[in-house]
Structure formats: C-alpha cells, structure tokens
Design a protein around this ligand. Structure first.
Ligand SMILES: NC(=O)c1ccc[n+]([C@@H]2O[C@H](COP(=O)([O-])OP(=O)(O)OC[C@H]3O[C@@H](n4cnc5c(N)ncnc54)[C@H](OP(=O)(O)O)[C@@H]3O)[C@@H](O)[C@H]2O)c1
Length: 316
C-alpha cells in the first residue's frame, strides 16, 4: 500500500511517499481502507520533534510509526472476533497513539475511538472532526461547562476552537469567541454569541469576567487570563507548557479557581456522542483546505503557519 513515511525528524520534506506492506487485521481488529485523513497541529510537532521529549515516545532518531492520527474510510475486512463493525461500514475516528493514518490502510481494534460515519458527511468532512472534537469535549467535560455559564474561547478559529464553540453551545453556555478579524464571520456562524477580534480589542481589559476560559493557542500570559476569570472560574489551557502547568497547580491549590491542563484521553463513547451531534446538525466540519496524500509536505507547511481556519483534510 502507499503510505507517507517520516524519514527523520525535521522540515516537511522528511515526509516521503513510499510503498509499504498492507496490514492484516488480528482477530479483534478491523482493516479500514482510508479515504481521508487530516493534518493537525499535533502532527507537525511530532514530525519536527518539538518538544525534544517527542523522541522518547515516538523514536529517538525518527518516528517509528507512520504519522496521522485521524481517519475516515470503509471497513474492508474484519477479524473473526469482531462484533461491532461489518465489512462495508463507513467509519471515522482516531487511531490513538498508534497513529498510521497517512496511508491507504489501517488496522484498529474494534473498541478503538471509532464511530459509524454519518451519511451527510463526506470522508474529508468526517476525518477532520475527531481531533478538535475529542480534544474540546474532553476539556469541556472536565470543566463541567453547564447551562448559562459565560465561556470564552481563545483561538476560536482553529481545529480545537471551532469544535469548542459548537460543543460549549450544546452544553448551554453563553459563548464568546476570540479570533482575528478575518475569522469573525466563521466564529459567529458556529454559534458564538459574541466575537472579539484580538487584533483590535484586549478581552482582559474590557471589564468582563468569565466562568470558563478555554485557551487553545497559548498566546496570552497566565496572569492576564486570571484577570478575566471569575473568583471560582475554570481556566483550560489546552496547549500549556511546563511553566503554565506549574502555575496552574499553584493557582488551583491556593485559590477558588481551577486550572485544567495536560494531555487528553479519547474514548469510544465520546466519539459516538460527537457522531450523534453531527447527525443532529449540532456539529459541523470546518474545512479550510484539502490536499492529496502526495501533497502532505505542502499541507504540513500550511498547518505549521498556525493560521488555518478549522482544519486541513487529506484525500487518500
Ligand atoms: N492537551 C492535549 O491533549 C491537546 C490535544 C490536541 C491539541 N492540543 C493543542 O491545542 C492547540 C490548538 O490546536 P489546534 O489544532 O486548534 O490549532 P490550530 O488549528 O493550528 O490553530 C490555528 C488557529 O489559531 C489562531 N491563532 C493564531 N495565533 C493566534 C493569536 N495570537 N491569538 C488568537 N488566535 C490565534 C488562528 O487564528 P488567526 O488566523 O485568526 O490568528 C488559527 O485559526 C495546539 O497547541 C495543540 O497542540 C492539545
């Protein structure tokens, strides 16, 4: 099968199209013929080993696995113990820490973070949902966002931000999205009640206090965030570094505020919940660009610029 191999850590050119062996499903696995995947912010961080610690998890000199953490495709064959899926099912979801979605085929256990793809979504539209969707849902559930709460989402136009707006609305919050001027209409169209253009207005100085601030891009200092948080507010830092994590632990211990950081975990129930929301029209895909598998280096270059609108899909 065709796959993108990461020949070493480095610039997008290290991603090379190669012929590799097609995987065979084990008894509890399904073989998925991948129709679409996506390039997410996490993918380029692994490709360039940023931070250095990436090497301890993925391989010292180059990633051991094919990259790509999300997929949408069709079940081509199943192991003898598989009950949840049948040949021909259209599925989408995350590959978890095994990655491997930059390829024509992937085997996953039937209890992986997968769901049946809604018919109204194309494979490209479905493939871009799990990364932002699962990340946003994990943090929203941890923060226990509830009806009527004032929630501010900073970095509202990225993969995590666009999912966070839609999910916070599902949980009944009053949502303020912060993005640049070019993305105001997009953020409004996803359901944000108020939109702030960060190039024109500093939301930490407008006198408002939010019950939950969900930061997806780590561009504002910790102390600035605290200025705009209620006394018992929750601060979610999806891309916190070590320094913010330590400040978060201290703030959670010494005040009525709670700071949530760390790495998300994904599960099948959340994926199915998101799928239901997609079918109900409460979650839509935000697709900025679509590239072919052969153009993956180009897609990485674009995503790494840090200004994509929602997501970038890859047609396999
Ligand atoms: N904790 C976890 O387990 C976990 C899981 C998944 C993701 N993450 C992290 O979540 C972060 C967000 O991921 P993502 O995929 O959503 O990122 P992304 O899609 O690459 O974010 C792009 C968006 O960021 C906005 N942006 C850039 N600079 C900004 C600034 N100064 N102020 C406000 N917005 C700005 C851009 O809007 P403009 O063009 O308008 O500036 C763009 O729409 C990443 O750091 C990722 O590593 C963490």
């Amino acid at each position: 099968m065709k796959a993108i191999i990461c020949t070493k850590y480095g610039s997008p050119e290290v991603l090379q199209l190669r012929e590799v062996e097609k995987p065979i499903p084990k008894d509890n696995e399904i073989l998925i013929k991948i129709k679409a995947t996506a390039v997410n912010s996490g993918d380029y961080r692994i490709r360039k080993a940023d931070p250095f610690a990436v090497r301890f998890f993925f391989g010292l000199t180059k990633p051991k696995n094919i990259l790509g953490g999300v997929l949408s495709g069709e079940v081509e064959s199943i192991g003898k113990d598989v009950k949840r899926f049948k040949v021909g099912d259209e599925v989408f979801g995350s590959t978890g820490m095994s990655f491997g979605a930059y390829a024509e085929y992937k085997c996953l256990p039937e209890n992986a973070t997968l769901a049946i793809k809604p018919n109204s979504f194309s494979h490209e539209e479905a493939a871009v949902i799990p990364f932002g969707g699962n990340t946003a849902l994990f943090f929203i559930k941890k923060a226990k966002i509830s009806k009527g709460q004032k929630v501010l989402i900073y970095g509202a136009s990225g993969a995590v931000g666009t999912a966070a707006i839609q999910l916070a609305k599902v949980f009944g919050a009053h949502v303020t999205g912060v993005c640049s001027g070019a993305n105001i209409d997009l953020v409004k169209s996803l359901g944000a009640d108020t939109v702030i253009d960060y190039t024109k207005e500093d939301f930490t100085r407008n006198g408002m206090a939010y019950d939950v601030i969900f930061d997806t891009v780590n561009k504002i200092s910790f102390s600035q965030y605290l200025k705009a948080l209620t006394e018992k507010g929750v601060l979610i830092l999806a891309s916190a570094g070590i320094s913010e994590m330590l400040q978060g632990v201290w703030t959670s211990m010494t005040s009525g505020r709670k700071v949530i950081t760390g790495v998300i975990s994904e599960n099948t129930e959340d994926m199915i919940f998101i799928k239901q929301l997609m079918e109900e029209g409460k979650i839509k895909s935000v697709l900025d660009r679509t590239y072919n598998l052969e153009q993956i280096a180009e897609a990485h270059t674009y995503v790494e610029e840090g200004h994509k609108k929602g997501n970038v899909a890859i047609k396999v």
